[in-house]
Write a protein that binds this ligand. Structure first.
Ligand SMILES: [Zn+2]
Length: 343
């Protein structure tokens, strides 16, 4: 998800300050028929009786334990600017097929953690304290899973959009994971940290330079850059997934004889972009390259019948990808009461 100036403004606004922001104008996640929008936002923010329980779901990959943890969702009002190369009526038909609302898209955010023995590794951070009130839930999901942010030894970042990196720091700029080394893709770091690129930003992407530089600028001593095709941590290999952003990266995770792929933002919501892999969300910086990457990776995981996790899929955001017709289909994993025997 790309952050433009409008969403940045929304991200830095909190609670009552939301009036007038994109999120409040859209009615947020809950408003029906334009009624009680602000009240709905306040209720969600206050962890009232209507709020969902913390979301955490575990499974094993070999000796690793994966825990998917929801950071919540944001509702994006749907107009013809969201899918840049499909008509609004086609997009609405796809949503209807998936039994989803047709006037807005609920976009989920799903970081995951990996316990490998020595390490507790977090992949992407959600919004933290700086997002819409219906996001920023990672912390309580971690608590429900028995994890403390101070236990996280490594944070791995797929790309530098706000919904993936804002949770690295508090509103005051303090580290949320004080004991963690932070791993970032080398080409992503090079692109967003460059003052030359910042001076000539691609259309609508200017605000993301400020965001990336404010978050990573102060992290030098705890920052490690990795390259594509490098197994930069035992069992974790960075895979080139450029297009969504210049350094967008996905991760092959392997232990014993089991393997999975964390697809990050290879696709946004599966009801639209897994079913219709040639459609481009407005967040894809290089839409043609992102489309090629999407086909390459979805072909790979479907042919290999590999388990996947994906950041913008409905919680718990894990399952498989099947080829179907011109596109693909997301097949959610079956919920399991125990961690073994489900690969
Ligand atoms: Zn995203």
């Amino acid at each position: 998800m790309h952050l433009n100036r409008r969403t940045l403004m929304l991200a830095s606004a909190a609670g009552a300050a939301l009036a007038g922001s994109t999120f409040a104008r859209s009615g947020g996640a809950l408003a029906q028929d334009g009624v009680a929008k602000k009240e709905d936002m306040a209720r969600m923010a206050a962890a009232g009786p209507d709020e969902q329980l913390p979301g955490a779901y575990r499974y094993r990959i070999g000796d690793f334990t994966v825990t998917e943890i929801t950071d919540g969702m944001a509702a994006r009002p749907l107009d013809d600017s969201f899918v840049v190369n499909a008509g609004l009526s086609d997009v609405q038909a796809a949503l209807r097929q998936a039994f989803l609302p047709e006037d807005k898209l609920f976009i989920p955010f799903t970081p995951l953690t990996l316990r490998t023995g020595e390490d507790l590794i977090l992949f992407d951070t959600g919004f933290g304290e700086k997002g819409p009130p219906t996001a920023g839930q990672l912390k309580r999901g971690m608590a429900a899973a028995g994890m403390d942010p101070a236990d996280v030894t490594k944070v791995v970042i797929s790309h530098f959009h706000g919904d993936h990196i804002m949770g690295l720091t508090t509103k005051d700029g303090q580290p949320v994971y004080p004991n963690a080394e932070v791993f970032v893709p080398e080409p992503e770091y090079a692109f967003w940290m460059s003052d030359e690129n910042k001076a000539n930003p691609p259309d609508g992407r200017k605000g993301n330079f400020d965001l990336a530089q404010s978050i990573f600028g102060g992290l030098d001593d705890r920052l490690t850059q990795f390259k594509w095709d490098e197994e930069f941590l035992p069992g974790i290999t960075a895979v080139d997934a450029r297009g969504h952003t210049p350094g967008h990266t996905v991760f092959a995770i392997e232990s014993g004889n089991e393997r999975m792929m964390f697809l990050a933002d290879t696709t946004n919501h599966p009801a639209l972009f897994v079913r219709h892999p040639d459609w481009s969300a407005v967040f894809d910086q290089d839409a043609d390259q992102a489309r090629k990457t999407r086909h390459r990776l979805l072909d790979m995981v479907s042919e290999e019948r590999m388990r996947i996790a994906s950041y913008h899929f409905p919680f718990p955001a894990t399952g498989h990808i099947a080829k179907e017709g011109e596109g693909y289909r997301f097949v959610p994993a079956q919920w399991m009461p125990v961690l073994q025997g489900q690969s």
